[in-house]
Design a binder for this molecule. Structure first.
Ligand code: GLA
Length: 743
């Protein structure tokens, strides 16, 4: 059970989880210093002997801090720039007189059960039993700015969420030039930084590099959390693996421009920061107003990267994702995008739906192209009424026909966008993100709507809500976003607020989502942004699942799903079986491999079922039956990575249920090796003394045998499983299912 201590004598705070300790102190100068974050330490009233303020007598960098040390050498909690710390600050403020100097000094603190939500932004939730929050108030005597730093300790895996709030209690406005969510100063650079960057159809590629002196950072300035850099990174010990060693995770739960950075000084301290990107950010903080940062979720583990992953997965499932959906089995869907693109009519859709129903699909999703006169991507966004050419009897008629088949109905929307060729744009050309004296850039032939303007948000919302209400039974929405923001500006905001636009845009996005969830609390919304360009904790608060990538190739997906899995649970990862040859990379893979990859996510199909043979449809029906029997496990179980697609041509991962009675393992080999002995994989997370049977064989194993010795993927096994013929050549896969027979 976690606790938060404050020791008045030593002026120290100790956030103590079951496995971790986070220790801070009030410095003699009144500023807040950092002492320790790592493996749990028994609480003591005074850790002062750990703090040695260095005075480098021979150095030219002497800046006395209460006769002891320059701040540059001190570990700090929320540093400012301008006195004696020369590292990156967490906050930068410009006053009316031009001064950028602030000094925040401890005023008071409170420790309370549970936590407050963050205004206008999604944030983690808990109960009196599952969360404790420490809030430390600091003030700047000159500007009368008051800073509140919040630390919430979740009992689930000792996750600490942090965010900051600033109030202007002065009489003049100040400009907030930077306001990060967190800062931690480590006293060593002996870590590797793991990042998850990429692009469209190449999302969340893992890169690992040792920290070095200077600043290493990931960021987005695209108006969304982006595929460029997921707002998640890890610092791990050089020898940490999936199964052993220390690691720290940092995950900003925010959907807009962000930055995550580590600055290593010449003294080899490492300053870690994350928050809203300070590039092109300037918030005018008027007297008697406040500003809150989004929340960051921080995880420490001593037990390897799979443990870090499982902690994030549990945290998301218990404290961020809508609890209505979290354990609900998500419907297996067919999406018509890669089946028809824009070229469909009611007859074609119904043919597809009938085939889908026959193989066991549960939800039919009508993707882009159903509205306005949208036959390509160059028109109609913003005109959210059905296209009478494609749907002559109306959308409701189609919905009724599909639901009469026994399928649920889902619809694609892209509410944040407008096409120049649309009634909405023609009547409100000033409703787009732009600057007044330049031609706005089009992306995918469209503009971004000015979601800083509540009138725009509410008008578009009403159009979408009307479609949902009038169409009867729409139970699912795919929410897309298909271009980044450029010429970031708003015609309704004054010049001094133009650098608030990127953040205000995200607040507008959340406003829309809040309306939608309030009015349709049981609507399943799948997030999407040109595939996985906005896969973040902010969106997950509303959309329990997100389409992970427009790259639906099974081989490419291994890396994409592998990277995504580090932070986000399988219950959030939309994964579909698509056509072969694949439309993005033109690779040919078997239906089995495509199914086996998509299986470890929220499963669906995105291909023209009417073009498939009876044999293929039978295989799909079997895949669906199999997925249905494992989807509860996929949604709620403990996921582990076993073999990395970055290390070789083999990937493997597993999911084990919390009671350790069921396990499934996915194994994939991309290119066939020559003359190589069989691969052996060890299956983690089982109960050592339990006996497990391997489905499809007569084999039984003890848990400790599978965990420590593993199972060899050899010809005898393939023969027993009846898949010998399928296991040679390129792009092969295998799913092993274990059931416990003793408890
Ligand atoms: C984006 C999405 C796709 C599809 C298209 C439709 O690219 O990621 O899944 O919906 O838009 O235009």
């Amino acid at each position: 059970m976690g606790q938060i201590y404050f020791e008045a004598g030593s002026q120290q705070f100790h956030i103590q989880g079951e496995n971790s300790s986070y220790i801070m102190h009030i410095l003699p100068s009144g500023e807040l210093g950092h002492l320790y974050y790592g493996k749990r330490i028994e609480h003591q009233a005074d850790f002062s002997q750990q703090f040695a303020p260095y005075n480098y007598g021979m150095s030219r960098d002497i800046f006395p801090l209460d006769d002891s040390a320059a701040l540059d050498f001190v570990a700090l909690e929320y540093p400012t720039y301008g006195t004696s710390d020369f590292r990156q600050p967490a906050i930068e403020v410009r006053q009316c007189n031009g001064s950028r100097i602030v000094k925040f000094v401890y005023e008071s603190h409170q420790i309370e059960k549970n936590k407050q939500p963050i205004e206008a932004m999604p944030s983690a939730f808990g109960t009196d039993e599952t969360v404790i929050t420490l809030t430390i108030y600091l003030t700047d005597a000159v500007t009368k700015l008051r800073l509140a730093l919040s630390y919430s300790l979740f009992m689930t895996g000792d996750v600490i969420t942090r965010h900051a709030k600033i109030e202007n209690n002065g009489v003049e406005s100040v400009q907030l030039l930077r306001f990060l969510s967190m800062n931690i100063d480590f006293d060593t650079k002996a870590y590797d930084m793991m990042t998850f960057t990429g692009s469209w159809i190449r999302e969340r590629e893992l890169e690992v590099a040792p920290l070095r002196r200077g600043i290493q950072s990931i960021s987005s300035s695209r108006g969304a959390s982006s595929a460029t850099a997921n707002p998640f990174f890890v610092l791990k010990g050089h020898h940490t693996t999936d199964f052993h060693g220390e690691a720290y995770g940092f995950n900003l739960m925010y959907s807009g421009n962000h930055v995550g950075q580590v600055e290593v000084t010449p003294y080899d301290q490492a300053r870690v920061q994350q928050g809203v990107n300070y590039f092109d950010f300037n918030w005018e903080l008027a007297p008697n107003t406040s500003f809150q940062s989004p929340e960051v979720a921080i995880v420490y583990t001593a037990d390897g990267l799979n443990d870090l992953t499982q902690t994030y997965h549990d945290f998301y499932r218990e404290h961020m994702i809508n609890q209505y959906w979290v354990k609900k089995e998500r419907p297996i869907l067919i999406n018509n995008w890669e089946a028809t693109y824009f070229d469909f009519d009611e007859t074609k859709l119904l043919e597809l739906a009938k085939k889908a129903k026959a193989v066991g699909v549960e939800l039919f999703v009508l993707d882009d192209g159903w509205f306005g006169h949208r036959d390509s991507d160059n028109s109609s966004l913003g005109d959210w009424y059905y296209d009478p050419k494609k749907l002559p009897y109306g959308l409701k008629h189609l919905v009724d026909q599909i639901t009469d088949l026994g399928l649920q109905f889902g619809l694609w929307i892209e509410p944040e966008m407008v096409s120049p060729d649309s009634d909405l744009y023609r009547s409100h050309p000033d409703w787009i993100i732009c600057v007044s004296d330049r031609t706005p850039t089009q992306g995918r032939n469209q503009y971004v709507l000015d979601f800083t303007n509540n009138e725009v948000v509410d008008t578009v919302y009403e159009m979408i809500a009307k479609v949902i209400r009038e169409s009867g039974d729409i139970s699912y929405i795919k929410w897309d976003w298909n271009r980044p923001l450029t010429e970031i500006g708003s015609l309704q905001l004054p010049p001094q607020k133009q650098q608030e636009v990127a953040h205000r845009y995200v607040l507008g996005l959340y406003r829309f989502y809040n309306h939608l969830m309030n009015d349709f609390p049981h609507l399943l919304v799948e997030g999407c942004a040109s595939g996985g360009s906005r896969f973040d904790g902010g969106i997950l608060a509303y959309s329990p699942q997100i389409w992970a990538s427009d790259d639906s190739d099974a081989v490419e997906r291994l890396k994409i799903q592998y990277g995504t899995s580090f932070c986000y649970p399988l219950s959030t990862i939309g994964a579909h079986v698509s056509a072969s040859p694949n439309h993005q990379v033109h690779r040919t893979t078997s239906l089995k491999m495509r199914g086996d990859v998509a299986f470890f996510g929220i499963f669906g199909y995105e291909l023209d079922l009417t073009m498939l043979s009876e044999g293929e449809l039978t295989e799909i029906a079997a895949q669906i039956t199999m997925y249905k029997s494992y989807r509860q496990l996929i949604i709620t179980g403990d996921f582990s990575r076993i073999l990395s697609p970055y290390d070789s041509n083999e990937t493997a991962w597993s999911v084990v249920d919390k009671s350790k009675t069921k396990a499934i393992v996915g194994y994939y080999r991309t290119l066939a090796p020559a003359y190589k002995l069989p691969t052996r994989i060890k299956i983690p997370q089982l109960q050592p003394e339990m006996i497990y049977t391997l489905k499809g064989t007569k084999r039984t194993y003890r848990g400790d045998e599978l965990m420590n010795w593993g199972i060899e993927l050899n010809l005898v096994l393939f023969e027993e499983l009846g898949i010998l013929g399928q296991m040679s050549g390129d792009h092969v896969s295998l799913i092993l299912a274990f059931d416990c027979i003793t408890r």
